[in-house]
Design a protein around this ligand. Sequence first.
Ligand code: HEC
Ligand code: HEC
Length: 368
Amino acid sequence: MKKTSMLMATISVVAALGTATSSPLYAQDFGPVPQAEVDAAKAALGQRLFYDPRLSGDAAISCSTCHNPEKGFADGLPLAKAYPGSDGFRNAPTLINAALKAAWFHDGRLGTNLNDVTRESITETYTMNMDMRLMQERIKQDPIYVEMFEAAGYGEPSNGSVRKAIPEFLKTLTSRGAPFDSGSMSDAANRGFELFTGKAGCADCHSGPRFTDDDVHNTGAPENPDIWSDPKRHLTFVSFANFMGINNYMNLRRDPGAAIRTNLMDGSDIGKFMTPTLRELTYTAPYMHNGMMATLEDVVAFYNVGGGDDPNMDERIRPLDLNEQEQADLVAFLEALSGDPLTGDEFVWPEKINVNYAPFDNWLDARN
Ligand code: HEC
Ligand code: HEC
């Protein structure tokens, strides 16, 4: 953690504790999300790239098609769309605070850095289906990019710098302004926080400023049958599973989750997924890796009966016997973890990107 953000965290914990009697226990273990230091010129470039459909093979979709600022940089759908002609098999996660994660995607299959996640998102056939060499040629033809890459200190446009600039923009997407951080939670939310850290046991996995342990667990969340009944979704799943080397993938009727990383012989790792952040949930419904839960009430009811029905379920998922009031309090608490929408010009590219400009007269010959 950077010194400045540590200081900010300390100040705001003091502020939260200062708000007296209703102050929840353990607030200091959670605290606000640290804001990253960002290079403004690089982030502005990353922002434009994020909203630019020319980064996809047929120039039809951009990152923002599935990571929409109005929906907390998720898409509001149970299962995401995919490259035109196909359909997705997982819920599009929020990108808010994603730069702070230890591993990415619902199964945590990329544990290196955002540069790799960006590359994967651009080149994966069912996401943007883009050849990076073609992408580089496209952006080199746009005079605005030529200027912006130069101003960002990258020199001429290259695919390597695209993979640095987009992560720089993603670093700007951090939570702020939640009632939880400003010490302005309702009584119901404060009671919910006590349940969360106490008898409901949620904080066992949903810990720290982002409310996640950055690890994978099996909660027994039900499968989404659309993945197998919809041929376009199934095709995408089969292509993914084949590429990942999953056994018997043609007959498989469940999402193996983190088993693609560990491949245990006894199958006890099947159905484990990354603990998601609990910040900004009011913008990002529906929930879980496959969007099977429409509301926060549904999620709390699911935990209350002891999660799903899976032999490998984490033992901490157990019937909670919360009454209706307690369940409502828990929902009020989860809602208090959502802050200001990230929909200002700082986060949304203000103009429609013109993809119909005339190329340089001599662009085949010119060095740029
Ligand atoms: C067609 C929809 C779609 C498009 C377009 C798309 N994404 Fe995603 N994104 C997803 C889905 C679905 C996942 C989760 C995939 C999984 O778990 O297997 C995801 C996951 C991610 C993650 C990991 C988040 C986390 O919490 O682990 C990042 C970061 C990300 N996308 C960034 C991008 C960027 C940058 C672009 C543009 C270059 C992009 N995405 C384009 C659908 C999309
Ligand atoms: C054993 C670890 C563990 C415990 C305990 C736990 N969770 Fe979770 N939680 C997870 C995992 C893993 C997921 C993702 C499951 C999936 O995608 O299928 C999740 C998903 C969620 C989601 C959906 C978020 C989203 O964006 O999709 C919410 C809300 C949630 N949990 C709240 C709670 C609450 C409230 C409690 C306590 C009653 C709780 N969790 C207890 C691990 C846990």
